[in-house]
Design a protein around this ligand. Structure first.
Ligand code: FE
Length: 204
């Protein structure tokens, strides 16, 4: 099987946020699609070890913000490259809240979709949530970004460094591979993302 064939699937880029009790959190995902009408339903797939995934399982609610061309790499880093178990990802932002109490950040998104989970399937590395759309609104008319836009225009190109590479870190889930060279067909054992989503870890 040539798994590179799957890289040609098209995706958007989204902020997936939720609230459970007093806890709020959000992460970046590229996996969301509308799957039904009347009632309108969407499906999202979340890395099962993500804190956001745990909180969605607890609360049964989430909000999906469709990220737009205002989105910066710093924003992606704040919400996608660290865990809400260790930091308050909203520290540098002033979130708004949807009718279910789920936080969102309007400066970087063009649409907000508020959802209630109606089913979930454990897929091992990921959890698939099927959700009914309770409310949706257009935040602004800025163009949404695709995952390809993110890879080509937002994510910085690797710097040429003189330091020795001792490992590779998955920027999606934080998994660390030990070794100087990451094989071309390598896929993250935790989240399944390809080599292109790994950044080098340099010798200290
Ligand atoms: Fe990963």
């Amino acid at each position: 099987m040539d798994t590179k064939a799957l890289f040609n699937l098209s995706y958007g880029v989204f902020l997936l946020s939720t609230k459970s009790g007093e806890k709020i959190n959000a992460c970046i995902t590229n996996t969301a699609m509308q799957v039904a009408n009347s009632p309108t339903r969407i499906a999202i797939s979340s890395i099962s070890t993500n804190y956001t995934c745990d909180l969605i399982k607890e609360s049964g609610f989430f909000a999906l913000t469709v990220l737009d061309t205002n989105c910066t790499f710093d924003f992606i880093k704040d919400f996608g490259y660290q865990s809400g178990r260790n930091v308050n990802k909203f520290e540098n932002y002033e979130p708004k809240f949807d009718e279910n109490g789920c936080p969102y950040i309007s400066e970087y998104g063009c649409s907000l979709i508020s959802c209630k989970v109606v089913d979930s399937i454990d897929l091992g590395t990921h959890t698939l949530f099927i959700a009914e759309v309770l409310d949706a609104k257009i935040i602004n008319k800025t163009k949404p970004i695709t995952y390809s836009d993110y890879q080509n225009n937002i994510k910085p190109k690797p710097q040429t460094e003189q330091k020795k590479i001792v490992g590779w870190r998955c920027v999606i889930c934080g998994y660390e591979y030990e070794g100087e060279t990451l094989p071309d067909d390598f896929e993250c054992p935790i989240c399944g993302h390809p080599k292109s989503d790994f950044e080098p870890i340099y010798e200290k």
